[in-house]
Write a protein that binds this ligand. Structure first.
Ligand code: HEC
Length: 284
């Protein structure tokens, strides 16, 4: 708890003097291979559970997930927590219930129908839909072309953001920037001393007001999976992809069924067409 509070204070301080947003920023986004990519990809249940753990132990200190209900943690195709574990997880949170005490309201343990709390740090965005909001983060101006071609999307961005904290570049040595230098983050402050005479940024990324949340070995996994920074970052990114698109699997399946149906229909139409015209063609 102490660690979380310290982080919060630093971040709040940094935000108070947030510099203007920079334009035309190069970023470095790693093309991670996630299990849910491609037409046949699906979420890896164990990875989603590990990601939930990372969110719970670290990110939830600042970030909310206000669009996700606890009962969804039990969903097949999601983290798939057994029902009793999902219930126990919900009870770990407290929600304010206006109907208690004759309308005066009081706190009570959350139930499966309740949603995760909203962000406790006002400048930390809610993460429910973040993986979708940042899906078309690069490629020709917002076309999401890289997402289509390379399967790169919001999950890659989030994992890269987690691993994108670097030492400040030399050009910023005297700039006294607020926040931390991150090569994946585009929307933060940028020192004039790192912009050349043509107005180009000499280094990728920008300065973010979120203190580095993950360093590796931040959590202990029950399944023995590696807790390297890269792995923990991908786990939490996969979990946030699921919160943003919990029905991805169902959507992909419907898409495949649709393609199959259209293929059969095409063949049938082709044969019908041939048969209809056959008598007329013979005459010539
Ligand atoms: C100490 C508080 C704190 C913690 C802990 C924290 N964040 Fe943040 N986070 C912030 C703040 C503040 C911002 C807004 C940064 C900005 O816009 O400069 C932010 C922004 C973000 C963004 C949005 C970046 C963008 O493109 O706008 C993502 C994604 C994110 N955090 C993910 C995470 C994840 C995943 C974790 C847990 C591993 C985490 N954060 C832990 C405070 C925190």
């Amino acid at each position: 708890m102490f660690r979380k509070l310290t982080l919060t204070a630093v971040t709040t301080l940094a935000m108070a003097t947030a510099p203007a947003i920079a334009a035309e920023v190069e970023t470095e986004i790693e093309d991670y291979a996630f299990s849910f990519e491609g037409p046949f990809g699906s979420f890896d249940q164990m990875q989603l559970q590990r990601g939930l753990q990372v969110y719970t132990e670290i990110c939830s200190a600042c970030h909310g997930l206000e669009l996700v209900a606890f009962r969804n943690l039990h969903d097949e195709g999601g983290p798939g927590l057994p029902e009793d574990q999902m219930r126990a997880y919900a009870e770990f949170y407290e929600v304010f219930d206006q109907s208690l005490f004759d309308g005066e309201g009081d706190f009570r343990p959350a139930t499966p129908a309740d949603k995760f709390p909203s962000s406790s740090l006002s400048n930390a965005p809610d993460l429910s839909l973040m993986a979708k909001a940042r899906a078309g983060f690069h490629g020709p101006a917002g076309t999401g072309i890289n997402q289509l071609v390379k399967g790169m999307g919001g999950a890659e961005y989030i994992a890269s953001l987690m691993t994108g904290y670097h030492e400040e570049p030399e050009c910023a040595a005297d700039a006294n920037m607020d926040g931390q230098y991150n090569v994946a983050f585009a929307a933060g402050g940028f020192p004039a001393s790192c912009i050349d005479e043509h107005g180009h940024h000499m280094v990728p990324g920008s300065w973010i007001s979120m203190s580095q949340p993950l360093y590796g070995d931040d959590v202990e996994y029950a399944d023995g999976h590696s807790t390297d920074l890269e792995h923990v970052a991908q786990d939490v990114a996969a979990f946030l992809m699921w919160t943003a698109e919990p029905k991805m699997m169902a959507r992909k399946q419907a898409g495949l069924t649709g393609v199959l149906f259209l293929t059969v229909l095409t063949v049938l139409l082709y044969l019908t067409n041939k048969r209809l015209w056959a008598p007329h063609k013979k005459k010539h």
